[in-house]
Write a new protein. Sequence first.
Length: 85
Amino acid sequence: MPRVPKATDSTTPKKRVRKPKAEAADGTKVLEQAMPKSAPPREVPLEEQIRIRAYEIYLQRGGDGGTPEQDWFQAVAEVHGQSIA
């Protein structure tokens, strides 16, 4: 029976290698710092909130009638009403 050559492409499973633990100059082990699982939520700037809300208003009316300025002013009123409350 003829020998089958080993696969050399990416289908060959790779051997997992562990990284060596870090050590200080004096030979003591360095503890790894745990990273936070999730970053704190990023605060969205006020103008961006207004822009998003104005676009939502535009979509709600189906793009018919009204103007971008009307959508913007309504969004400003709604966003400022939310931020004050």
